[in-house]
Design a protein around this ligand. Structure first.
Ligand SMILES: [Zn+2]
Length: 134
């Protein structure tokens, strides 16, 4: 089935969002510079925040997913404690962003987002791309 205009825009925005988040250039937990990934604090299924730069952290694969010490998702072998420790780190080291996360994490848009929402979010992302972000 052919992709709709909205699906194509979402793909483009996902790529752009990830690139902007990874502009930090190092894992925000450990500082390593390899295999960087962009983590969504509020899950991707919530399109209202999916393309918001506040919603991203630049993490190495380990701290994104695999580390038994701290990992944002705590999947594949790491325990829930790793997620708890990740959240403790987040709260301590990124207090502004933690505050944003606490204020927004339970918000869900009540209606299906219209195309104009995506178009405006794309413009905002394009602006963020050229600004300094850390
Ligand atoms: Zn790391």
């Amino acid at each position: 089935m052919a992709k709709t205009k909205k699906q194509k825009l979402i793909k483009k925005m996902d790529d752009l969002w990830s690139r902007i988040v990874r502009k930090v250039g190092r894992c925000e937990v450990c500082g390593c510079i390899q295999g960087l990934e962009a983590h969504h604090l509020i899950e991707r299924g919530n399109h209202y925040y999916r393309f918001d730069i506040h919603n991203g952290l630049c993490l190495c694969t380990s701290h994104h997913q695999f580390s038994a010490d701290k990992s944002a998702h705590g999947r594949k072998g790491s325990s829930m404690c790793a997620v708890d420790r990740f959240l403790e780190w987040f709260k301590e080291y990124k207090p502004e962003q933690w505050k944003w996360y606490q204020e927004n994490k339970n918000n869900k848009p009540m209606e299906t987002l219209r195309m104009v929402f995506y178009e405006e979010a794309y413009i905002k992302l394009r602006e963020s791309e050229t600004q300094e972000w850390n």
